[in-house]
Ligand binder design. Structure first.
Ligand SMILES: *[C@@H]1O[C@H](CO)[C@@H](O)[C@H](O)[C@H]1NC(C)=O
Ligand SMILES: *[C@@H]1O[C@H](CO)[C@@H](O)[C@H](O)[C@H]1NC(C)=O
Ligand SMILES: *[C@@H]1O[C@H](CO)[C@@H](O)[C@H](O)[C@H]1NC(C)=O
Ligand SMILES: *[C@@H]1O[C@H](CO)[C@@H](O)[C@H](O)[C@H]1NC(C)=O
Ligand SMILES: *[C@@H]1O[C@H](CO)[C@@H](O)[C@H](O)[C@H]1NC(C)=O
Ligand SMILES: *[C@@H]1O[C@H](CO)[C@@H](O)[C@H](O)[C@H]1NC(C)=O
Ligand SMILES: *[C@@H]1O[C@H](CO)[C@@H](O)[C@H](O)[C@H]1NC(C)=O
Length: 377
C-alpha cells in the first residue's frame, strides 16, 4: 500500500473495535417499536384490526363507487300497441273521481253526467277536452272541475300522450299522471306532466313512493334538472323525486307551439319520460292514431327525466297504475301562499280567485289528440 507522505494514513476496522464489557449496543426506543420482530401480541392484534378496518373501508368504497357508476340496461324492448284512447268514446274508458279532493283543493270534481252537462269533458273524432267550469260566476264553495282515471291498470308499458293544449292560469294545479288511487303510495305514482298556476316554470315529472326509492348519487341520463331526490312520500313534505323541464315544456309557450308528445316508459330497468315538441316528434311515433305501428324508445334522444332502478326496485314500487288526468284548483301545492302569490305572482287569495273569477279559466283546459299504450312482448 502506497501512501502520500503529507497525508497520514488512517484506517479504522470496525472489527478491531471492542466495546467495553459493560457497553450494550442498543437501538433507539422509536426504531425498536416499529420493528415487527419486537411487537408483542397486543400490538399484533391492534395492527390486524387496523388492517381489517382499512380493507373493509376500501371494499365498501369500491362497492359504493360501482353502485354510483351502475346504470340499468335499457335495451330495446319489442312493443305492441295494446290500448288506444281516442275518438268520441274517449271518456268511456275512465271513472270520474267525485270524492273530496285528497290534496285539499278548492274544487268540486263532478261525475260524468254533470261534466257532460257543463261540457267539461268533450270528445270528438280529433280530440278530447277536459276543462274547468267558466260559467259559474259565484263558485263560493269551489269551482267545478274533472278528475278521470282509466279503468284499465298497468304494471309496465310505454305510454304515448299527444297533448294539443295544456291547462294553465292562476290557481290551477294540472296533472297527467299514473297511480293506483286505491293503494297510494304503496303502488307508486308517476307524475308525467305536472304544473301549477301560470305554468311558466316548465313541466315537473315526479315519482312518489314508499321508503327505499331514491335518485341521489346515481348515474342518470336526462336533459331536465333534478329537484329533490328521495321519492319516499314521508320525506321533503311529499315533494317526491322530481325533474324540471325548460319553459317550453308547459303553459302558453307549449300551447303556442301546438303542444307535442309526452311519452313515459315504465319497465323494470327504470322510468323515463320524454317530451317532443310538435315540430320534432320521432318518425317512429305514428301521426295517424289508427296506425298500430309501435315506436322504439331505444332510438329516441336523451329523455327529459330518467329514474333508473339503481336505488329503486321499480317492479315493487309501481303496480296497478291507472292513467289519471285532472285540473285541481288551489290545494296543497298551487294554493300554498308562497306558491300562489310568491312564485306564481297571482292576485289576492287563491280561493277568492277561484270563487269570483269565472272568466279567468279560459286557458284551464287539456286537449289531447289521443293516448296510446304499448306493452313489451
Ligand atoms: C342488455 O340486455 C340485453 C338483453 O337482455 C343483452 O343482450 C345485452 O348484452 C345487455 N347489455 C349489457 C351492456 O349488459
Ligand atoms: C257515467 O258513468 C256511469 C258509471 O261508469 C256509466 O254507467 C254511464 O254510462 C256514464 N254516463 C255517460 C253519459 O257517459
Ligand atoms: C263543448 O266543448 C267543445 C270543445 O271545446 C266545443 O267544440 C263544443 O262546441 C262545446 N259544446 C257546447 C254545446 O258548448
Ligand atoms: C305517506 O304514506 C304513508 C303510508 O305509507 C301515510 O301514512 C302518510 O300519511 C303519507 N305521508 C304524506 C306526507 O303523504
Ligand atoms: C305507420 O307509422 C309508421 C311510423 O311513423 C310509418 O313508418 C308507417 O309508414 C305508417 N304506416 C302507414 C300505413 O301509414
Ligand atoms: C292490482 O289490482 C288487482 C285487481 O284489483 C288486485 O287483485 C291486485 O292485488 C293488485 N295488486 C297489487 C300489488 O296491489
Ligand atoms: C280576477 O282575475 C283578474 C285577472 O287575472 C285579476 O286582476 C283579479 O284580481 C282577479 N280577481 C280576484 C277576485 O281574484
Amino acid at each position: 500500500m502506497s501512501s502520500h507522505p503529507d497525508k497520514p494514513t488512517f484506517a479504522f476496522n470496525r472489527n478491531d473495535y471492542h466495546p467495553p464489557p459493560d457497553y450494550k449496543v442498543t437501538q433507539s426506543p422509536l426504531s425498536s417499536r416499529w420493528a415487527p420482530r419486537n411487537w408483542n401480541k397486543k400490538t399484533w392484534i391492534g395492527i390486524s384490526i387496523a388492517a381489517i378496518i382499512l380493507l373493509v373501508v376500501i371494499i365498501v368504497a369500491a362497492v359504493v363507487g360501482s353502485q354510483n357508476n351502475a346504470y340499468p340496461n335499457y335495451t330495446a324492448l319489442q312493443y305492441t300497441l295494446t290500448d288506444t284512447y281516442a275518438g268520441t268514446d274517449f271518456f268511456d274508458n275512465f271513472d270520474y273521481f267525485t270524492g273530496y279532493d285528497p290534496t285539499h283543493g278548492f274544487v268540486h270534481y263532478v261525475p260524468n253526467t254533470t261534466a257532460i252537462q257543463y261540457n267539461l269533458t268533450y270528445a270528438s273524432e280529433k280530440s278530447a277536452v277536459l276543462r274547468v267550469d267558466t260559467t259559474e260566476q259565484d263558485a263560493s264553495t269551489g269551482r267545478f272541475s274533472v278528475r278521470i282515471s282509466s279503468k284499465k291498470q298497468y304494471d309496465q308499458g310505454l305510454f304515448v300522450f299527444d297533448v294539443k293544449h295544456a291547462p294553465y292560469g292562476c290557481s290551477t294545479w294540472n296533472a297527467l299522471w299514473l297511480a293506483d288511487e286505491t293503494d297510494w303510495p304503496a303502488n307508486g305514482e308517476i307524475d308525467v306532466i305536472e304544473s301549477v298556476n301560470r305554468g311558466t316554470s316548465g313541466v315537473q315529472s315526479t315519482l312518489h313512493t314508499t321508503n327505499h326509492c331514491k335518485m341521489s348519487n346515481i348515474k342518470r341520463h336526462q336533459t331536465g334538472q333534478t329537484l329533490t331526490t328521495n321519492c319516499w312520500n314521508a320525506t321533503d313534505s311529499n315533494a317526491g323525486c322530481g325533474v324540471q323541464g325548460p319553459q317550453e315544456t308547459y303553459g302558453s309557450a307549449f300551447n303556442a307551439a301546438a303542444g307535442g308528445i309526452y311519452a313515459c316508459e315504465l319497465r323494470s330497468a327504470g322510468i323515463r319520460i320524454w317530451f317532443f315538441p310538435r315540430d320534432n316528434i320521432p318518425s317512429d311515433i305514428p301521426s295517424d292514431i289508427t296506425n298500430t305501428s309501435a315506436p322504439d324508445p331505444s332510438n329516441w334522444p336523451t329523455p327529459l327525466a330518467d329514474f333508473p332502478n339503481t336505488h329503486c326496485d321499480i317492479n315493487r314500487h309501481f303496480r296497478n297504475q291507472s292513467i289519471i288526468a285532472n285540473i285541481d284548483l288551489c290545494g296543497d301545492w298551487a294554493g300554498a301562499a308562497s306558491v300562489y302569490s310568491g312564485e306564481g305572482g297571482c292576485p289576492g287569495t287563491c280561493a277568492g280567485f277561484v270563487a269570483g273569477n269565472a272568466t279567468a279559466f279560459g286557458e284551464a283546459f287539456w286537449e289531447w289528440g289521443g293516448w296510446r299504450v304499448y306493452s313489451a312482448r
